[in-house]
Design a protein around this ligand. Structure first.
Ligand code: ARG
Ligand code: GLU
Length: 693
């Protein structure tokens, strides 16, 4: 039996990196290029990333704070997702000009809409700076000292990398838990204008019902344009800025996609944790996700009720609601996926084998130490999750805290925050959510992890409802006029919203954060060793660093999957599926009349394929949040689509990748072109693009 087990273990451990898992660093892509080419890719490593010549990386941007976009013309035209441009589209919308509902298309350059605060960044170069960052440190040195040396070294690298100015921005990022460091130098452009967006009935077709799901029919795209100064350099918005001429932009393939075709997603995945300890996976799938899901269900139900009753409220809460719903649904898929994959048990088996291997080495104390640290951390992590998903989600409290902070430190910023807050604030939603989530808080959080303030208040009020009534009627922040009238240096610390926010924050800062930080610091340090240990333990396996919102290459192929016994999902969807779902009675499935008419007339123009129009496709590229809007590239390096989602059964890929079901979902570029051409009739934009038959 024992022998069998160890053979099994060896088999388990010697499995090479399966299928198309992995998010690779562009500068090191020469290590993967043979594999890519063996799977069909026809270009060489220099075409993907080069610092000497224009390469595909020069056509990819980090869009805003956490999306990707790609250049599709030599006049700065940029394609990203509808949900990535959502905040901007909403910002320009009102009940009279509802661009979320009706879409928006600039028919001339003058009509393109500026978006203060939005920026896009091109990766200028990336460079392994491990030696420079670690100079003067040793592994056994005292942690704080080591961290401060690393920080000082990084700061110096950043300063010299950005000395030229010209929109340069840089950061030093740790990979493999600090076993490797890379310098990333970006060029950041700040004049980015909205060119077009389809109505939400196309761009968010299927809404949160279809989100994270396949088969999918969402036309999830929007179009922007980057502007630069007269020398083609980054500049703040100015009316006479000119369209940016990129070093490279994507040519668009009209060949289409077929099951088995090579695909390559080039973008900025935000965060993955593939190498964590079983205890942490257990916490995620069995504790954290279930509780966070429960809390968000309460809020979503309340938001939906008010949004359905009033169109103004629907606009106000559309972006907030989408954000809450998105993670809520992902966590559910992730939890199921982790359970189905048996990840906790598999990690435990792996840890056992690792431990056996590590005996007598410098790695032998890591796992037992991690285990006991996680035991200390967990109740604190739980309290933090609850704090973040309850008190920190009460809009009034957050705004009160912002007000206090800005009025004392940055009064010039307050006007803007105030305008943004009241534009999208609807008190009945906030108040109902307050009651619902605090009831859940009361039940689920152990008494010794609740602030004394909370216990006293609840006792004094007698009920959470009474507390809410008082707080929402007495706080001055519920009223814009009163808030506007606050005189400088007013002490409003007794305002009930601010008082509650401050009390919880102090409790968190004093009781929760110090322990959390101390333990997490120790855990991080152990992970640095554990990561190195894992790489030695499986010295034949090609490792890739966890995602950290830096540019990555994920390659794979177009491929269907089986979500459950007896079902196989084809990898492509078409306009026929949109018509099958179309239903004027259901908000998420009520398509524009124009689309119905085109379909009835079979008026698909040059975008027709087999009597319909291709809409979406799936592939097994390893992607994550942040890859939204990423270019999807074919074997020849041409654009075939834009990435916007993953399938629900595969959302655990941030923690564990299952080649059987992990699929990214992309919008077929031909659907984008069809919408621009036939629905929006903005075909002047097509004239800027370059098509390859
Ligand atoms: N699931 C995709 C992503 O993570 C699309 C999100 C769009 N938002 C939504 N609530 N439908 O970004
Ligand atoms: N929709 C996600 C995003 O905003 C991409 C989907 C995913 O998480 O894979 O980045």
């Amino acid at each position: 039996m024992k022998k069998r087990l160890s053979i099994l273990c060896c088999l388990l451990l010697s499995v090479p990196l399966l299928a198309d898992e992995g998010m690779w660093l562009p500068a090191l892509i020469s290590q993967r290029i043979q594999d890519m080419q063996s799977k069909g890719f026809q270009l060489d490593a220099d075409a993907i990333y080069s610092i000497n010549q224009a390469s595909l990386k020069d056509a990819v941007v980090l869009f805003g704070r956490g999306c990707t976009g790609e250049l599709i013309s030599n006049e700065g035209l940029l394609l990203t997702n509808h949900h990535c441009g959502y905040g901007q589209i909403q910002q320009h919308s009102s009940v009279e000009h509802d661009y979320l509902r009706d879409g928006f298309w600039a028919m001339t350059r003058e009509e393109e809409l500026p978006n203060p605060g939005l920026s896009v960044s091109f990766l200028d170069r990336m460079e392994d700076v491990t030696q420079a960052v670690l100079a003067g440190t040793t592994f056994d040195m005292e942690k704080d000292l080591r961290d401060s040396i690393i920080q000082a070294n990084s700061k110096e690298l950043i300063a010299s990398a950005t000395a030229d100015g010209n929109g340069l921005r840089a950061s030093v990022e740790a990979l493999y838990y600090g076993n490797q460091y890379f310098l990333f130098v970006y060029r950041e452009f700040r004049d980015v204008r909205l060119v077009g967006a389809p109505p939400s009935s196309i761009g968010k077709f299927g809404g949160d019902t279809d989100n994270w799901m396949w088969p999918r029919h969402t036309g999830d795209f929007s179009i922007f344009r980057i502007y630069a100064d007269a020398n083609n350099n980054p500049a703040e918005y100015a009316a006479d800025n000119r369209p940016y001429q990129p070093k490279q932009f994507f040519k668009i393939s009209l060949k289409g996609v077929q099951e088995g075709d090579f695909t390559f997603v080039y973008g900025f995945p935000g965060s993955t944790r593939e190498y964590i300890h079983s205890e942490e996976v257990h916490y995620i799938s069995e504790v954290s996700n279930p509780h966070k899901i429960k809390l968000r269900t309460l809020r979503l139900d309340i938001q939906k009720r008010y949004m359905n009753a009033d169109q103004a409220v629907r606009i106000q809460y559309s972006s907030k609601n989408a954000g809450v719903a998105n993670a809520w649904k992902k966590w559910q898929g992730e939890m199921k996926g982790i359970r189905k994959m048996n990840t906790v048990a598999n990690k435990k088996a792996y840890e056992k084998a690792f431990q056996k291997w590590a005996r007598g080495t410098r790695y032998e104390r890591i796992l037992p130490q991690l285990d006991s640290l996680y035991r200390i951390l967990e109740p604190y992590a739980f309290a933090t999750d609850y704090y973040n998903e309850t008190i920190r989600t009460v809009e009034l409290i957050r705004f009160a805290q912002t007000a206090q902070q800005q009025l004392s430190r940055q009064p010039e910023k307050f006007q803007e925050s105030m305008a943004a807050f009241y534009k999208d604030y609807y008190l009945p939603i906030d108040k109902d959510c307050f009651v619902a989530i605090l009831k859940e808080y009361q039940q689920s959080v152990p008494e010794n992890f609740k602030p004394a303030y909370y216990q006293e208040q609840l006792k004094a009020y007698g009920s959470i409802e009474a507390w809410a009534d008082d707080l929402f009627s007495r706080s001055i922040f519920t009223d814009r006029a009163q808030t506007e009238a606050i005189a400088p240096n007013t002490d409003f610390s007794s305002d009930p919203a601010l008082e509650m926010g401050s009390a919880f924050q102090s409790w968190y800062n004093e009781e929760i954060l110090p322990v959390t930080q101390r333990i997490q610091g120790q855990i991080r340090q152990l992970y640095s060793d554990y990561m190195r240990g894992q790489m030695e333990f499986e010295s034949k396996k090609p490792f890739y660093p966890d995602a950290n919102l830096t540019l990555r290459v994920a390659y794979g192929k177009v491929q269907g999957y089986s979500p459950a016994d007896g079902i196989y999902f084809q990898p492509t969807s078409t306009l026929d599926g949109i018509m099958e779902k179309d239903n004027p009675e259901i908000f998420d499935y009520n398509i524009p009349q124009r689309l119905r008419d085109l379909y009835a007339a079979r008026d698909f123009g040059r975008w027709e394929v087999n009597g319909s129009v291709p809409v979406c496709f799936i592939a097994d590229n390893h992607t994550s949040g942040g890859n939204s809007g990423s270019p999807v590239i074919n074997a020849e390096g041409h654009l075939i689509g834009t990435n916007f989602d993953r399938v629900w059964e595969g959302t655990m890929s941030d923690i564990v990748f299952d080649p059987e079901v992990c699929r990214n979902i992309s919008l077929d570029i031909r659907y984008v072109l069809f919408i621009i051409d036939k629905v929006a009739e903005a075909d002047h934009l097509l004239d800027e693009m370059v098509f390859v038959e």
